[in-house]
Each structure stands twice: as structure tokens, then as C-alpha cells.
Design a protein around this ligand. Structure first.
Ligand SMILES: NC(=O)C1=CN([C@@H]2O[C@H](COP(=O)(O)OP(=O)(O)OC[C@H]3O[C@@H](n4cnc5c(N)ncnc54)[C@H](O)[C@@H]3O)[C@@H](O)[C@H]2O)C=CC1
Ligand SMILES: NCC(=O)COP(=O)(O)O
Length: 323
């Protein structure tokens, strides 16, 4: 049984939750929504439950809801930081359910980083908060996975100037270790092929356009190769995502957020899934955000959430079988 968080109540989370339930109610995978019941109640049959034991038989006929309270009524498209507490509580309670063995994986609906950070939330998003909740702070790695491509940004939610400053040989090595372990254990790849992007145009062209490749990235690759990893690069970023290049690797290690997420969303926006590696639990999420601009309009596409629910189920089965 998966647990699906509320996400921002003013975003498209409630709408895609209902659409996902309509698609999965007969076939599964089954999930329980951990959020305010009124977000779904007008759009679909719901059943408020008190414990996880009640969830399973409810799913084919109603969305099972473990209830949370909002501080103020949600208005689609108009986020309100007074509801940030319930957004954060939903994530924390979902993780606790999985750690306790009452649910198999956490799937998160999108949150607004701006809204939660206004209330003092100290994390740039779910990913590092999940690691903290799981007792493994700093071990989290973000991976976006789609049918065409997997990407991992080595630096994530920081300004581009800071991302360049944050890049280090040690960070690349640590990230690659987590990626290789996750792809082997959860995705069933026996020897994942990792391609590493350069940072600069033409991957620096031998120092002509930047030295990070020679000073930071190449030493990490050489170290990891000596450990036996199938890792190559640094490759010029502009040709790393062609169909021919993608056929040569299982995951691309990217030096900053948009270097990886632009190709991923361009190729796979509808079916892209955000997976957190490095945790003792499985967590997935749609690749998109809160989409406040279309919230409440009935236009939201549930495909990425559906892919996230299906992948969470598959990964938890893989992990169970591997154990
Ligand atoms: N996992 C998460 O919690 C994520 C949260 N965010 C947050 O979401 C907020 C908005 O971010 P944006 O950059 O505007 O990205 P966004 O993904 O929310 O929206 C970008 C564009 O794509 C459209 N779109 C997104 N998902 C769609 C769907 N399922 N169906 C139809 N159209 C869809 C939107 O209408 C908008 O035009 C920010 O606060 C950001 O931090 C962004 C990405 C992931
Ligand atoms: N760009 C990906 C994103 O914003 C998701 O972040 P997180 O909330 O999963 O950490």
C-alpha cells in the first residue's frame, strides 16, 4: 500500500490524485491519500479511515483518506502559507508510516518551495527533508527517470553561481556511489553505465573554456573507474542527450539542475518521475510542480503522478525481492 501526500492544497495535487485513483481503482497499485478530505470530496467518492488496516478494501470504491486539517480553506491557484503546516505534516506522517512498515512507499504530490520556506521550513524541497526524516541527512540524491532518459543533478536547488562553487570531486564521487547502489538494488541493473556531463561548453575543450573538467570532474571519474564503476566522461553537455548518446548509458550525472532537467522534461515530461535515492525508504514524485496557473481548471494531466505511483510500487517490490 502506497501513501500519497497532500502536496500544496491550492495546486493541481487534488485533481491529479482523483484522476490517478480513477485510473487505478481496479488495477492498482493502491494508495491512501494523507491530506484534507475536502480537497477531494467534491470530485470523487472518498472514505476517511483511521488506520492503514482499513485502507485496502476501500480503494476500488472510494479514495481512502487519512485526514489532515487545513488552517484555512484552500483556494485553487492561490497558495496560502497558513496551510504550510499541513503540507509539511503530510510528508512527515507519510515517512513515519513507511518507516513503521505500515506502507510500502511514499509518493509525494507537488509542493511550493516558496510557500513552505516562508514559514521557516529549512529545506529546498522534499528531498533533503526526507533524508532528515529517515535519519540519513545529507545522503539523499535526486534522480529524474523517464522512458527516454535518467538524469541526476549533482548540485540541485541552488543559484547557478553557487552550484558551480559547490561542485567538488568528493561530491561527484559520493553522488555516483549512491546512484550506482540505487540502480543496482532498486532498478535491477547489474552494472549501471554512468555518463558524466562536463560543466563548460565543449566540456572545457582542454582548459580553453574552463578548467572544472580537468580539476574536479575528471579526477572523480578516474577514482570511480579504479573502483570498478562503469563511468565515463566528462562529455560535452550539448551532445550528451541525443538519441545516439542516450543509448550508451543508463544515467547521466549532470553538474547542475537544469543541465539534466531540461532534457528530461523536454523528452519525458508526461511520464517523468522524481526518485529519491539514498534513503532507507522508497520515495517517488511526479516530475512537475504545483502548476498554480491551471489549478482548478480541470486541465491537469495525471500521467506523471500515475508513473510515480507505478514506479514506487515496482521499486518496493524489487527491494522486497532483493532483501
Ligand atoms: N516535486 C515537487 O514538489 C515540485 C515542486 N515544484 C514547485 O512547483 C511550483 C511551480 O513550479 P513551476 O516551475 O511553475 O513548474 P510546474 O511544473 O508547476 O509548471 C510548469 C508549467 O507546466 C504546466 N504543468 C505542470 N504540470 C502539469 C500537468 N500535470 N498537467 C498539465 N500541465 C502541467 C503548468 O501549468 C505550467 O505551465 C514551484 O513552487 C516549484 O518549487 C516544481 C517541481 C517539482
Ligand atoms: N526540480 C525538482 C523539484 O523541484 C523537486 O524537488 P523535491 O521537492 O523533490 O526535493
Amino acid at each position: 500500500m502506497l501513501v500519497l501526500t497532500q502536496g500544496d492544497p491550492a495546486g493541481i495535487g487534488p485533481e491529479i490524485t482523483v484522476k490517478a485513483w480513477q485510473a487505478l481503482r481496479e488495477s492498482g497499485p493502491r494508495f491512501v491519500f494523507l491530506g484534507a478530505p475536502e480537497l477531494l470530496a467534491e470530485k470523487a467518492p472518498i472514505q476517511v479511515v483511521a488506520t492503514m488496516a482499513e485502507v485496502e478494501p476501500v480503494f476500488p470504491t472510494a479514495i481512502p483518506v487519512l485526514p489532515l486539517t487545513l488552517s484555512t480553506p484552500a483556494v485553487a491557484g492561490h497558495p496560502d502559507s497558513r496551510n504550510a503546516r499541513s503540507v509539511i505534516d503530510s510528508i512527515a506522517r507519510a515517512v513515519a508510516l513507511v518507516l513503521a512498515g505500515d506502507a510500502t512507499a511514499v509518493v509525494t504530490n507537488p509542493i511550493s518551495k516558496e510557500v513552505v520556506q516562508k514559514t521557516g521550513f529549512a529545506h529546498p524541497g522534499h528531498t533533503s527533508y526526507l533524508a532528515e526524516l529517515c535519519g540519513v541527512p545529507g545522503q539523499d540524491v535526486m534522480m529524474l527517470a523517464g522512458p527516454s532518459l535518467r538524469v541526476v543533478p549533482v548540485t540541485v536547488h541552488v543559484a547557478l553561481r553557487k552550484a558551480i562553487d559547490q561542485l567538488s570531486t568528493e561530491l561527484i564521487i559520493k553522488t555516483a556511489h549512491t546512484v550506482a547502489k540505487g540502480l543496482i538494488r532498486d532498478f535491477g541493473l547489474s552494472s549501471p553505465r554512468i555518463a558524466v556531463a562536463g560543466l563548460n561548453p565543449h566540456a572545457g575543450e582542454n582548459g580553453l573554456m574552463g578548467t572544472e573538467e580537468q580539476e574536479i570532474i575528471l579526477p572523480a571519474i578516474q577514482h570511480l573507474q579504479q573502483e570498478g564503476l562503469k563511468i565515463t566522461g566528462p562529455y560535452p553537455p550539448d551532445t550528451l542527450f541525443t538519441a545516439q548518446a542516450r543509448s550508451q548509458y543508463d544515467v547521466a550525472l549532470c553538474m547542475y539542475h537544469d543541465q539534466g532537467l531540461i532534457p528530461l522534461k523536454t523528452l519525458d515530461m508526461a511520464e517523468g518521475v522524481n526518485v529519491t535515492l539514498g534513503l532507507p525508504i522508497i520515495r517517488t514524485s511526479p516530475d512537475h510542480g504545483t502548476a498554480f496557473d491551471i489549478a482548478g481548471a480541470g486541465k491537469a494531466d495525471p500521467s506523471s503522478l500515475l508513473a510515480a505511483l507505478r514506479l514506487a510500487h515496482q521499486l518496493s517490490e524489487n527491494r522486497k525481492n532483493a532483501a
